[in-house]
Design a protein. Structure first.
Length: 288
């Protein structure tokens, strides 16, 4: 990503929107839910749980990171790269937080707003379009800034972390749940976050830690969760392979990843097995 450190790259934003932002995504998902027998006028979080959290290990991982970060009731959280809003809704409904989600993909923001309204969480969660490199918020506005599988699409990670620090109150918390470069060869594509290397920006874990620590944060927790991530994705692939050929499409991550879902999932397993990628969680405190 070629970017001035004070500006975002509109061409790159367009590429991300092309990769992630299927037209009328929310309506397409509603149609799939209705075809599966769900009452789309009275949806619950359970109805959309199978695809709601677009990251490895889904809801389980969001709960895990929130507990690791000791997220407090009534905390004001900024979810950067919020996708269709699953983590934000989890943080609001299960941890009592007030959450703002932001994403560079406009269709994700629309779908996130739609499903938040359908499950009755609009009083605690809202979404807006925006870029992690130029957050449209005032200084020291949030208690927590939350990244889940977001930095993997950002080359200028230092700028993103500086922006996170700017909008955090002193002593506020930065959480990371990210895919990093492993010690093996380059990743095999396509994968959920990129069809090829042009959208994939993975740093080794130690480089990511260095970026954060050099920008005014203290490390409170760090752990490698590659093992459970591999087990989870193996189960995903096995479930896909065991489905009868004439079975209707599942209500799963295929709704977000499209026709290439099987190959993308298989490539994630291969990348994890061959140590081309690793998965980490980190919690940091803003100094000052």
């Amino acid at each position: 990503m070629t970017t001035d450190e004070s500006k975002t790259d509109t061409a790159y934003e367009a590429a991300l929107n092309e990769h992630y932002g299927a037209t009328d995504l929310g309506d397409e998902i509603l149609d799939a839910l209705e075809a599966a027998g769900k009452d789309v006028d009275t949806l619950t979080r359970e109805d959309i749980a199978s695809f709601d959290e677009f990251h490895i290990r889904g809801l389980e991982a969001t709960r895990e990171v929130a507990n690791l970060a000791e997220v407090e009731d009534h905390a004001r959280i900024l979810d950067v790269g919020c996708g269709i809003g699953g983590p934000a809704r989890t943080l609001a409904s299960e941890f009592g937080c007030d959450v703002v989600g932001i994403d560079v993909v406009e269709e994700y923001c629309r779908a996130a707003t739609l499903f938040t309204d359908r499950v009755g969480l609009t009083d605690n969660v809202r979404f807006q379009h925006g870029n992690a490199l130029d957050l449209p918020f005032a200084d020291e506005e949030f208690d927590v800034v939350w990244f889940e599988h977001t930095l993997l699409n950002i080359e200028a990670k230092g700028v993103a972390i500086e922006e996170a620090g700017r909008v955090l109150r002193p002593g506020g918390t930065l959480t990371l749940y990210e895919i990093c470069a492993g010690p093996g060869d380059e990743p095999v594509f396509p994968v959920p976050w990129a069809s090829d290397g042009s959208l994939s920006y993975l740093d080794p874990p130690e480089k990511l830690r260095e970026i954060v620590l050099d920008r005014g944060f203290d490390e409170a927790a760090w752990r490698d969760v590659t093992g459970p991530s591999l087990e989870w994705f193996r189960n995903v692939v096995e479930s896909m392979q065991s489905r009868p050929a004439d079975a209707p499409p599942p209500l799963g991550l295929n709704l977000l990843m499209g026709a290439e879902t099987p190959i993308k999932a298989a490539n994630v397993v291969r990348n994890l097995e061959e140590e081309r990628i690793v998965v980490v969680q980190g919690v940091y405190e803003r100094i000052g």
